[in-house]
Design a protein around this ligand. Structure first.
Ligand code: SF4
Ligand code: SF4
Length: 332
């Protein structure tokens, strides 16, 4: 069937409610509005001076692709942009061993204690895609991306009306704040575009994340976020040795940071998880690797997690923490 606009938007609303998404939007790459999107992406990613900003290397290397989705999926005609709240993702009951009250602990961002959002969101987008095929009564080529391709998900989401990009550099979805993850379904069929929602991000009157970010990554200027100071970047994306000033920025966190997303109005706050650093550093590699397998901690991997744990220990004015760091170094 040919999707009528009203019927299609009703289908999207029902799919969103059934699958626990915050919102779903559709973008047509053949529409009159698509050139405007390309202009916006160009301005965000490749306009003069942009690439030399303080971006992580992978973003600098892929900025050209981020500026034009067709370079990533040249065969696609439409994109569905989908957001899901982290608090709607089931808890992972086989996460890290429980940390005793008196253990030497480091902090892990709360979303990591849920089933890995990449897998969970991907599975749900797959169900969405199957439902869309049934609704349209035809098969089509499709691919799902959840952090797996250099796509400007946040810009695409904001352009198609899913929300606004906040000062904390996260997508703010209406009613869900910053605590969401994003995925994209690329399709080789034409779909009606969804209407952008009328949503002004409360950043101009809020500024809480600017005040509370402990590292200075959030500058308070729209579009200017210093990735290299953010704990999420430092604990997961920064490879190799941490410089002394980078190690200090980690504070107590060995993986990510929940502060600016949890305090954003409308968000469902995440509770950081305590990780027993003695276990992480001194347990057999094979056992720790087995525990973090298929969780968000598998992305940085054991080597980076231990590097971060050592930085956290060094950040503390505690002989017990320094002794644990020495013990690890002596067996490593
Ligand atoms: S905490 Fe406030 S200023 Fe920061 S992103 Fe959220 S709404 Fe914007
Ligand atoms: S995740 Fe933490 S370090 Fe990064 S910007 Fe937010 S508050 Fe700052």
């Amino acid at each position: 069937m040919q999707a009528g606009k009203n019927s299609f938007e009703k289908f999207l609303r029902e799919a969103k409610d059934t699958l626990g998404f915050c919102a779903v939007s559709a973008l047509s790459m053949n529409s009159d509005t698509y050139p405007r999107l390309l202009e916006r992406l160009k301005e965000a990613y490749v306009a003069d001076g942009k690439v030399t900003h303080d971006w992580p290397g992978y973003m600098q290397r892929t900025s050209g692709k981020r500026a034009d989705p067709r370079t990533v999926f040249p065969w696609a005609k439409s994109l569905a942009v989908i957001s899901m709240p982290f608090n709607g993702i089931p808890i992972n009951n086989n996460f890290l061993p429980e940390a005793a009250e008196d253990c030497i602990a480091g902090l892990v961002a709360g979303y990591a204690g849920r089933i890995d959002y990449h897998t969970f969101l991907q599975d749900n987008i797959y169900i969405f895609s199957a439902a869309l095929k049934k609704y349209l009564g035809k098969d089509f080529r499709s691919e799902i991306f959840v952090d797996t391709k250099p796509v400007a998900e946040k810009s695409l989401a904001a352009f198609s009306g899913l929300g606004a990009i906040g000062l904390n550099s996260c997508l703010l979805c209406k009613g869900e704040g910053s605590g969401t993850c994003l995925g994209i379904l690329a399709m080789d069929i034409d779909l009606p575009e969804t209407e952008p929602v009328d949503f002004d991000a409360p950043c101009t009157t809020c500024g809480k994340c600017v005040e509370r970010c402990p590292t200075g990554a959030i500058t308070g200027k729209p579009g200017v976020f210093i990735y290299k100071k953010c704990r999420s970047y430092l604990t997961m994306e920064k490879k190799g040795v941490l410089e002394k000033d980078e190690a200090v920025l980690l504070g107590d966190w060995i993986f990510g940071c929940d502060i600016c997303t949890s305090l954003c109005p409308g968000s469902h706050p995440m509770t950081p998880i305590k990780a027993d650093l003695e276990w992480l550093l001194l347990e057999k590699d094979s056992i720790v690797k087995d525990v973090i397998k298929s969780t968000a901690l598998e992305y940085p991997g054991l080597k980076l997690l231990r590097r971060n744990a050592l930085a956290v220990l060094e950040n503390r004015d505690s002989s017990e923490s320094h002794e644990l760091a020495r013990k690890f170094s002596s067996i490593g």
